[in-house]
Ligand binder design. Structure first.
Ligand SMILES: [Zn+2]
Length: 263
């Protein structure tokens, strides 16, 4: 057994100098699966080459809201066409659509974010893939869009934070909740309270490395080697063993990725 990191940006330049070492160290700590979100069209070739090089990686294809400033809305259809062709060509290497979603804290018009997310629900439908969703100040609109899309291939709410009621709404819609370093901070109490009574079968572990360092590691590059510490924090919160957290969330990871199985 071991641990599965359901959200880690190991493709970013932050890891270019020592990616081999980081992944070796993660494996040595039994972090044996890592889902790497897509960020933009121009970053997909690198993801694909990493997938071919490291067996422990699973990759996604998608448009992250943070990178939409690279796309003028007038040329968006061309980007979408190219991404669609990319996924069609490499479908057997792609495990999910995303990271996509809605972010109320950035300077990208919400109408454009909604259009881009809607198209990615269509990609998930067309290619029978689960979806990795990013949220910030956007739960209501995100929930509305999931319902409207009638998404059938499950997914994960990355870096879940919110109330127990919102958590339950996502679970009822077939989504896992991604649990990361937030729960290690005193200010993460709201999220801890929301998930303490939620069955482990609905949760996934994540680091969001190189971002979201754990409490006590502020200012440092986050790494998938920190995932066992997230598992420990969740185990402590729920009063169970770290091994149980690792085992159940690893099984959840497998079932997430098989949700969109075409076989
Ligand atoms: Zn991310």
């Amino acid at each position: 057994m071991g641990f599965a990191d359901s959200h880690c940006h190991i493709d970013l330049p932050d890891f270019d100098a020592d990616r081999d070492k980081v992944l070796e160290a993660a494996l040595a700590l039994s972090v044996n699966k890592i889902l790497v979100p897509g960020l933009s069209l121009s970053r997909m070739d690198k993801l694909l080459s990493l997938k071919r090089r490291y067996e422990m990686l699973d990759i996604c294809a998608g448009f992250h809201p943070y990178f939409l400033h690279e796309i003028k809305p007038s040329v968006w259809p061309q980007y979408l066409d190219k991404m669609t062709a990319f996924i069609a060509q490499h479908r057997q290497h792609i495990s999910a659509i995303g990271e996509c979603g809605l972010d109320g804290s950035i300077d990208i018009p919400m109408a454009f974010q909604i259009e881009v997310l809607h198209a990615q629900f269509e990609l998930a439908r067309r290619f029978l893939l689960p979806i990795v969703l990013h949220h910030r100040q956007s739960h209501n609109e995100l929930i509305r869009m999931i319902k409207q899309a009638k998404h059938q291939h499950r997914g994960v709410i990355h870096a879940f934070s919110g109330s127990q009621q919102i958590a339950q709404t996502y679970i009822d819609l077939g989504f896992y909740l991604g649990i990361g370093g937030t729960i290690t901070y005193p200010r993460g109490k709201k999220t801890r309270d929301a998930i303490v009574d939620i069955d482990l079968k609905h949760l996934l572990l994540e680091t969001d490395a190189p971002d979201m360092p754990l409490c006590g590691f502020q200012g440092q590059r986050n790494s998938p080697t920190q995932l066992p510490k997230v598992a420990s924090a969740l185990a402590e919160l729920k009063g169970i063993s770290r091994d149980e957290v690792g085992q159940v969330t690893s099984n959840n990871y497998k079932s997430l990725l098989s949700s969109g199985s075409i076989s």
